[in-house]
Design a protein around this ligand. Structure first.
Ligand code: AMP
Length: 467
């Protein structure tokens, strides 16, 4: 049983951080950067040690819940044939048109850094003959995605997603349980999130709806931005999630997809909503929600912060939906499927805004101070003994003066410091110093671990069960 400190938050790790700072401060591509310092690519960032506590919390929560809901982890390559995404995400989508990191590799193949991982998961499902396994096949992943998007707060060119994909089941309960899983992740993280949900039916019922939608917007063409005019022509469904003020006003009078769903799509959607209601999940119907990519069918949903009113563009912490046609588009047998992906940067940002900042690792409870190489030799071994018994120890093996080492111990706020000098090495003893009272005790070095463990008992009593 590892020892843990009573307080949940570390006292010393509080380096202020601004997630958007590296993006804003980074030189523009045109400027080419500051020649004195190595350059960070625009839209890319380092996730610093002081942020890792929050990142660990998100990663651990996702993993725990993925396991609890019997999803199996899959690690997919970051680089794929570009064709995989070009075929599946859809012409006229922002991702394919503007945001793909696409290049020719040394073997003269067109490859792309993955902009998302659902297409890769579907490819893996086909490649590994997973349709012969008991269905549904439930996979989860976590890793970086790449989109050459316009960098701004909460939007990066390399960002992390955790995704859940369920292949081989068409029942509405699958869609609903995926919504439940996403919500449970947010609940466990302490974030107040609600779901926006819509159905975009099948490709067939969408066809008739799109004809109506295009006809409606043609009559208002003059009011549309160039971007929306282009969408109207290339991918009219995308006009529904336009951020343009004028378009959003026009949308109020536009035909709504829900009225164009065929009976089967309607029934599917009603069942999803029933299950979601049954689970008391706060949701709202959003008739304009379509999601950016072509492969979606039926249910689409997004997770948004309940208290986040502004920033329409960045409020989604994640999203997903059903994509019954994807496996077939990639050459597999028709396979119903549904999934979602969460944006880790946005979740970490929401945790930061709520002041949630767990320690990256347990704070040290003991500091080891040494004087001279003989003491270092004993110290190196002693360090291992403490580590094996689960007591986190800090050291400053690189320092020589005792004063400097005690200062380091003070900074770390440890309750106990062990001091080992030449004399103690010869005598087979060690000094245990109580950092609060300054009292020192000379003890047998062989008993050091047991004695320290006993002394730490009051510190680690009533420790939180799940740090
Ligand atoms: P999408 O499937 O594109 O909606 O992405 C799912 C989630 O990933 C979004 O809800 C965001 O939280 C996150 N995400 C998407 N693009 C970016 C980006 N460029 N930077 C950071 N997070 C992103």
């Amino acid at each position: 049983m590892p020892f843990r400190k009573k307080s949940a938050a570390p006292k010393k790790v509080s380096v202020p951080e601004k997630e958007s700072a590296p993006v804003a401060a980074a030189p523009t591509e045109e400027e080419g950067g500051n020649s004195k310092n190595p350059e960070l690519l625009r839209g890319f960032r380092d996730i610093m040690p002081e942020e890792q506590g929050r990142w660990n919390l998100v990663r651990d929560t996702v993993r725990k819940l993925a396991e609890a809901y019997s999803f199996d982890r899959i690690d997919l390559p970051i680089l794929e044939r570009a064709d995989l995404f070009l075929r599946t995400l859809g012409k006229g989508t922002d991702v394919v048109e503007k945001e793909m990191y696409i290049f020719t590799d040394p073997s003269n193949r067109s490859v792309a850094l993955r902009p998302e991982a659902t297409a890769s998961a579907a490819r893996a499902y086909i490649n590994h003959g997973m349709l012969d396994r008991p269905q549904p096949v439930k996979l989860w992943y976590l890793g970086p995605m790449f989109r050459h998007d316009r960098p701004q707060a909460g939007r990066y060119r390399q960002f992390y997603q955790a995704g859940f994909e369920s292949f081989g089941a068409e029942e509405p309960i699958v869609d609903a349980q995926l919504v439940v899983i996403g919500m449970q992740i947010f609940k466990d993280l302490g974030l107040d999130v609600k779901v926006e949900i819509n159905s975009i039916g099948t490709a067939e019922c969408r066809k008739a709806y799109l004809a109506e939608l295009v006809a409606y917007f043609r009559t208002h063409r003059a009011k549309l931005s160039e971007d929306d005019k282009r969408r109207l022509q290339k991918n009219p469904l995308r006009i529904l999630d336009s951020k343009e003020e004028a378009t959003r006003e026009l949308l109020e009078g536009a035909p709504q997809i829900l009225n164009w769903l065929d009976e089967k799509s309607k029934e599917h959607f009603m069942k999803v909503l029933e299950f979601v209601e049954e689970m008391d999940i706060p949701y709202s119907l959003n008739p304009y929600l379509v999601r950016g990519l072509d492969y979606y069918t039926h249910t689409v949903f997004e997770f948004v912060l309940a208290e986040d009113q502004g920033e329409v563009a960045q409020s989604a912490l994640g999203g997903g939906g059903r994509y019954d046609g994807l496996v077939e588009v990639l050459g597999g047998r028709p396979t119903p499927a549904c999934g979602f992906a969460l944006g880790l940067e946005r979740i970490v940002r929401a945790l930061e805004a709520k002041g949630i900042n767990p320690p990256e690792h347990p704070a040290p409870l003991v500091f080891f101070a040494q004087l001279g190489d003989a003491a270092r030799r004993v110290g190196l071994k002693l360090y291992e003994e403490f580590r094996r018994s689960g007591i986190p120890v800090a050291e400053a093996f690189g320092k020589n003066a005792l004063k400097a080492q005690l200062e380091a111990a003070n900074r770390l706020n440890v309750p106990l410091t062990l001091i080992l000098g030449q004399k103690e090495v010869l005598d087979g003893t060690i000094i245990i110093r109580d950092m609060e009272s300054g009292a020192q005790e000379i003890v047998d070095v062989k008993k050091a671990v047991a004695l320290v463990a006993r002394k730490l008992q009051p510190v680690v009593l009533d420790k939180p069960a799940d740090l």
